[in-house]
Design a protein around this ligand. Structure first.
Ligand SMILES: Nc1ncnc2c1ncn2[C@@H]1O[C@H](COP(=O)(O)OP(=O)(O)OP(=O)(O)O)[C@@H](O)[C@H]1O
Ligand SMILES: [Mg+2]
Length: 351
């Protein structure tokens, strides 16, 4: 079931008259710079349509200024939607964040949607426990009840020993885990994460990505995650929406993005990722040749990761049949297919 649906969302920043003029220009097909020049309004997002399933991690990826934060912030009403709908599944029906009343928006923000920011956004004068408990305090929970929930979440992010410290006593990675604990404390089922790990060192960052994936296996939240790094997007996203100039130019599963980039912009990102981390047998295989010897003892599954196939090829040499669940041979993988994968070529064509 869809947890969040964006329907033809435009976000335009500017005064009322500027916004109206900008939307008219957008409808005439004007680009961002023309809209800015003629109306003074800035186009953050244009015509974004996207369905995010419950329990999915959808990554919004793109260059700086492509509209990722603008789109994300529509979900909790931090940005005003100029046109279109942002539907959130709510008690059997849906609520349109773009047009709901203030009380409904407030309820969604305290009960259903939590956000993790890039720059932690912790209050320096509050202890870690008090920072994490902020949302619960706003909800009016008693101190004992709050502390119980907070300590549980601090344990989840392995910071239970740090509850009485202040933010400046923690490293960046630890502060970001506090931000995550604060978002988890409210039990919101939708998490918005705007480049939560971008300010951190690469190793810490990878570590937190893995922690988030680990947590998600049991929490099963619906997560919208903004990143400008395709490697990060491929690692944590169940789906990826690639944004360029305010538009969603491609939406798909990680493997689709890598094997079938929609345009040169996506291709440029894809060119920089490590194929060993993303490709698997189904996108590397070639059709079996007539009369080709098929040794079922050497068969691999459709979703065998490329890293594993490279190790197999190194240790055993030769070709490997790729089988589906019912045992049908779907293709073959040998040294050449692995080289093509490393060079990101398919059927002899550079991708
Ligand atoms: N509050 C605002 N007021 C005016 N213009 C804004 C506002 N927020 C964003 N914009 C504009 O909207 C466009 C998209 O910005 P946005 O912050 O969504 O990009 P982004 O993809 O998140 O970039 P980054 O990776 O740098 O965070 C930019 O041109 C920006 O100047
Ligand atoms: Mg941003």
């Amino acid at each position: 079931m869809d947890a969040i649906t964006f329907e033809h969302v435009d976000v335009v920043f500017g005064n009322r008259a500027g916004q109206k003029a900008a939307l008219d220009l957008i409808d005439q097909g004007a680009d961002r710079s023309k809209v800015l020049e003629e109306t003074g309004a800035v186009v953050g997002v244009r015509d974004a349509t996207l369905c995010i399933d419950e329990g999915e991690i959808c990554v919004l990826m793109g260059l700086s200024g492509s509209g990722k934060s603008s789109l994300l912030r529509c979900v909790n009403g931090l940005n005003t939607v100029s046109r279109g709908k942002v539907l959130i599944a709510d008690s059997g029906g849906t609520v349109d964040v773009a047009s709901c009343d203030a009380a409904t928006l407030r309820r969604l923000r305290t009960d259903r949607i939590a956000m993790v920011f890039q720059q932690f956004a912790l209050m320096p004068w509050r202890t870690i426990r008090e920072n994490v408990g902020l949302g619960l305090e706003l909800r009016g929970l008693s101190r004992t009840e709050r502390d119980r929930l907070v300590d549980e979440k601090l344990a989840l992010v392995r910071l239970d020993q740090w509850a009485d410290k202040h933010p400046h006593e923690l490293s960046g990675g630890m502060q970001q885990r506090v931000g995550l604990a604060r978002a988890l404390a409210t039990d919101a089922d939708i998490l918005l994460m705007d480049e939560p790990f971008s300010a951190l060192d690469p190793l810490i960052r990878e570590h937190l990505q893995e922690e988030l994936l680990d947590l998600q296996r049991s929490l099963k939240k619906t997560i919208v995650f903004v990143s400008h790094d395709l490697d990060e997007a491929l690692k944590i996203g169940t789906h990826i929406a690639i944004m360029e100039g305010g538009r969603i130019v491609q939406y798909g599963r990680p493997e689709e993005i890598v094997t079938q980039p929609a345009n040169d912009y996506v291709r440029a990102f894809v060119g920089k990722v490590n194929p060993l981390n993303v490709l698997c047998a189904v996108s590397l295989m070639r059709p079996a040749r007539d009369g080709e010897d098929i040794d079922r003892e050497r068969a691999v599954g459709l979703d065998t990761p490329m890293r594993e196939l490279v190790a197999l090829a190194r240790d055993r040499g030769g070709t490997f049949p790729v089988l589906d669940g019912s045992g049908t041979v779907l293709g073959m993988i040998g040294e050449h297919e692995i080289y093509d994968g490393l060079l990101r070529r398919r059927s002899g064509d550079a991708l």
